[in-house]
Each structure stands twice: as C-alpha cells, then as structure tokens.
Design a protein around this ligand. Structure first.
Ligand code: CP
Length: 303
C-alpha cells in the first residue's frame, strides 16, 4: 500500500498497513503540533471540495502550514509539466505533496521525481487511496469492526458508473484485503463484466443485491469522464440503478448507505435517502479529515 514514503494506490493493498492507518484515524488522538514547522503542498489540478479541504484541515490540525496550487493560477496553465511543477515546489523546502490530477498515474510519476512524500488525492480513473481508507473507517465503525478492522462476512455493493471510478477501484483493493466481499453493480456500459478481474463479483440486477448488502455505496455518474454518453436516460437510470426510497426500504437492518460525493441527487441517489437515517455520507466527510491526518503524519514522520 505504501510505496516507500508515498501513498499512491490500494491495488494489492497491505491489510496490516491499512489497519495501522485506520487505527490511528479512528483513535483521533493526534498531537496538534506533530507537524509544526512543516509545509504541505496541495497540488490540485482537477476540481475537488472534500479531498482538497480535508487535506488542508488535516494538515493544519497537525500544526503544518499549507500551500494550495491549482492548474488555473499556476504555471501549469502556461504549459509547465506536472513533474517540473512538483520539482519546483520541492525545491522550496516543502515536506510533502498531495496531488490530484486528471491523468491516471500522475501521482506515481511525480513520486519518481521527488524525494519528499507524495500522496495521491485522486488520479484520473485510477486510484483514490485516502477515499477508500475513509470508506473503510466508516464501514468498520458502523458495523462494529474497529478492533482489528476485519471486514469478513460483510457484503459491500458498489453501484453505478464503476468504469470511471477511482473510488471503486481503490475500495475493491482495500475492502477485499480487509476481508469484505465486494460486488460491483451497474449497466454493462458502466460496469463491464471484465471488472471482475479486480477480484470482485459483477452483477447487473441491483434489486437482487439490496436485501443482502451490508453496505450500499452509490457512485456519481462522472459526466466529465463521459459517463453521460453511457447513459440512455437519467430517469431510466434512476429507476434501474438509483437508490430510491422504495429500494432503500428493502435494505436489511443495520445496512448503511454511502456515497463518496459529490452527489447527483435524483440520479444515482434520491435526496431523502442521502439525508436519511441509514446514510453515513456526512460521517464519510468527517472521517476523511481523520484519515488524512493519519496519512500525512505517517508519511512525514514514520516512513
Ligand atoms: N470524494 C471526493 O473525492 O470528492 P471531491 O472530488 O470533492 O474531493
């Protein structure tokens, strides 16, 4: 999971390393000056609300300073490469780089050219490791699995535009490493059978999965990655693959609803379900800060 000091991917996730981060995040007992005198650079070349702000909040809660850079307003807009940008930031004495980019593999590429820790905050359709850790934290907390983070016996159903989703790929890697059974569900254009190569089931019929799922994780249709072109009609999609109030009423007792955000309310999830009692969507956001505190602390002080 850790690649040296870098946190890049949940593919072939290491369960022991994940448990260590989850235990640190769950305890939430961070020294507020742990990263005093350190500087974290947020390089966000693609839009973000949750990840960008939570990394900033996490760094500040550990006593670090944060510098924020996007493609607009930086020399990336003049054609400077991501590698040259990262190298420039490193030369200024920054202690770690958090990267979001539209290009799959961007964080790994940058990590090969700098000597400071790189944390992948989402790269194209590839990976979003701290989102998966956030989701595992909330699944463990909701289902009483925080002692040991053993998720065996839990069935996690990830629904929607899976093919576009770095969140889904990261969650399959991490949650299966922790013992959960993961099933991907969606229309074939968004959830092709070949995704079973990730080590999970692929099922078309959402209604057959709802009563047995311990976790229903709904995914946003990623219109910016062509998800809209894979959609015949929003209304039909909502009827077949949306988490409607009627569908949610068939979930078993104790099952939870998740969504990494941002949500298309009324498309992949009905607003009343997103705001309902079984939803842990706001807890996911809150847990994101704890996970990013754990990731930054570990990357800078322990690796
Ligand atoms: N879940 C997530 O990555 O959200 P943002 O795009 O707002 O960071």
């Amino acid at each position: 999971m850790w690649s040296g000091q870098h946190l890049l991917s949940m593919r072939d996730a290491d369960a022991d390393q994940a448990r260590a981060l989850l235990t640190l995040a769950h305890a939430g007992e961070f020294d507020p000056v742990a990263l005093s005198g350190r500087t974290i650079a947020n390089l966000f070349f693609e839009d973000s609300t949750r990840t960008r702000v939570s990394f900033s909040v996490a760094a500040q809660k550990l006593g670090a300073q944060v510098v924020d850079l996007g493609s607009s307003g930086s020399s990336v807009s003049k054609g400077e490469s991501l590698i040259d940008t990262a190298w420039t930031i490193e030369s200024m004495g920054v202690d770690a780089i958090v990267v979001r980019a539209a290009q799959s593999g961007a964080s790994e590429l940058i990590s090969r050219h700098v000597k400071i820790p790189v944390i992948n905050a989402g790269d194209g359709m590839h990976q979003h490791p701290t989102q998966a850790l956030t989701d595992a934290l909330n699944i463990g907390r909701s289902h009483g699995r925080t002692a040991g983070w053993d998720l065996s016996g839990l069935r996690v159903v990830i629904v929607g535009d899976v093919v576009s989703s770095r969140v889904a790929r990261s969650n399959v890697g991490l949650l299966t490493a922790l013992g959960a059974r993961v099933t991907l569900c969606g229309p074939s254009m968004m959830c092709p059978d070949g995704l079973s190569a990730l080590g999970c089931d692929v099922v078309r019929d959402l209604d057959s999965l709802v009563p047995d799922a311990d976790v229903l994780m709904m995914l946003r249709i990623q219109f910016e990655r062509g998800g809209g072109a894979r959609l015949a009609s929003r209304r039909l999609y909502h009827a077949c693959y949306g988490l409607t109030l009627d569908r949610a009423s068939r979930m078993k007792r104790g099952a939870i609803v998740m969504h990494p955000g941002p949500m298309n309310r009324g498309v992949e999830i009905e607003g009343t379900v997103a705001d309902g009692l079984t939803s842990v969507i706001r807890d996911q956001v809150a847990g994101g800060v704890l996970v990013r505190q754990a990731a930054l602390r570990t990357a800078i002080l322990d690796r």
